[in-house]
Write a protein that binds this ligand. Structure first.
Ligand SMILES: CC1=C(CCC(=O)O)c2cc3nc(cc4[nH]c(cc5[nH]c(cc1n2)c(C)c5CCC(=O)O)c(CCC(=O)O)c4C)C(CCC(=O)O)=C3C
Ligand SMILES: [Fe+2]
Length: 350
């Protein structure tokens, strides 16, 4: 698909055996000021799963699904995969592309929102990898944040309806929808850019986008419910030093309050993520579930998009959008990014 000669899946990376865990955590947190106790604690989450993070296999599954979708729709791009924090490392992938004679690449990150951690850091990863490879490195165009693309929204709406059906019928109508995303420092949130990509503009794009996705998904879920569901935004996986403010409320704290208000059932929708990786499998399926059990709240968790057909078709649509540089951006909200190239200040500073 002109002008591209390859597609790149850009992801976070995760360990796949016990011995990988500590080196992986060192890669993630180098220079980030994460307390040692927090690292030890997160290490235990991985050890509980024998050192295997689900994220790499989820990337392989997504690549297989995108390959089939590209083939069925006449998109003849080869597919590459590179990670920020673990093998296959992005720099090795860029070197491989250079060796294969690839000149111009369209890349999708497994992260749908604006902010330093979810978007700009991937741009920096790309720059660093290209620099390391040198003159033969291909040009790499990263697809813009895609949080309100209909394919992303529809996959969550579908998965949320399925989760509601897993609740006992008498709890369904009153179930609270809790939309959960990775917390970030409030300073990172304030610097997470402007929906219209105006450098230096107000910021706060990350929580604004999360709130908008929660609204859009709920609207679709409610369209086939007997009545509307109350919904709200919560955060998970807080890290960093104790005194540093991060986005709140934490899902566990909020569950306590909801129990006190008499809420009996919740559906947790991990709308801040694109697959059911470790932050979902541990922080929600183990920790938040335990909190809910203790409080007598029935909790079910909706699946993240993973290889949902709407999400896979979205990938192809975003590749087409990026290829036709003047094409209108597919987005369901007023927050759809208007730029492709994220000028400094657009998608977040550290
Ligand atoms: C916004 C956001 C996303 C969502 C967007 C996206 O998906 O990219 C995300 C995803 C993920 N985060 C992940 C894992 C970790 N994140 C950490 C630390 C941090 N995350 C942050 C933010 C985010 N993280 C931040 C601000 C930190 C503090 C350090 C720093 O400023 O950079 C740490 C260190 C230990 C800890 O402090 O918890 C780990 C191990 C995994 C892999 C899971 C697996 O293995 O399956 C995934 C997909
Ligand atoms: Fe993280």
């Amino acid at each position: 698909m002109r002008p591209y000669d390859a597609f790149l899946l850009l992801s976070f990376g995760g360990p796949e055996k016990t011995d990988d865990v500590i080196p992986f955590l060192e890669n993630v947190t180098r220079g980030r000021g994460i307390p040692r106790e927090r690292l030890a604690e997160v290490g235990e989450h991985y050890f509980l799963f024998n050192g295997v993070s689900p994220i790499n296999q989820q990337c392989r599954d997504l690549i297989e699904a995108v390959r089939a979708d590209f083939d069925a729709n006449g998109v003849d791009l080869p597919i590459y995969w590179g990670n920020r924090n673990w093998d296959p490392y992005l720099t090795d992938t860029v070197a491989q592309m250079a060796e294969d004679g690839v000149r111009r690449v369209v890349a999708l990150a497994t992260s749908a929102y604006s902010s330093y951690s979810s978007h700009r850091q991937y741009l920096e990863d790309v720059d660093r990898a290209r620099e390391a490879v040198g003159a033969g490195a291909p040009r790499i165009d990263l697809i813009r944040p895609y949080f309100d693309h209909p394919g992303f929204i529809d996959s969550f709406a579908d998965n949320t309806r399925a989760a509601l059906r897993r609740l006992p019928a008498d709890l369904r109508a009153d179930a609270r929808l809790l939309y959960s995303a990775h917390s970030i420092p409030t300073a990172m949130s304030q610097a997470s850019g402007d929906p219209e990509c105006r450098p230096g503009a107000a910021g706060g794009a990350y929580p604004a986008q999360l709130a908008e996705v929660a609204r859009l998904v709920t609207e679709r879920v409610d369209a086939d419910s007997e009545r509307g569901h109350a919904h709200e935004l919560v955060y998970q996986s807080r890290s960093g030093p104790p005194g540093q403010p991060w986005l709140e409320p934490d899902i566990n704290d909020r569950l306590e309050e909801l129990a006190a208000e008499g809420v009996k059932a919740v559906v947790v929708v991990p709308h801040g993520f694109v697959s059911d990786h470790m932050e979902v499998k541990y922080d929600l399926d183990v920790e938040a579930l335990e909190t809910a059990d203790k409080l007598g709240i029935r909790l079910v968790r909706a699946l993240a998009p993973g290889t949902h057909p709407s999400f896979v078709a979205m990938v192809r649509d975003l590749v087409r959008e990026r290829a036709e540089s003047e094409a209108p951006r597919a987005g369901l909200s007023a927050l759809t990014p208007t730029c492709h190239d994220c000028p400094p200040g657009c998608c977040g500073q550290r």
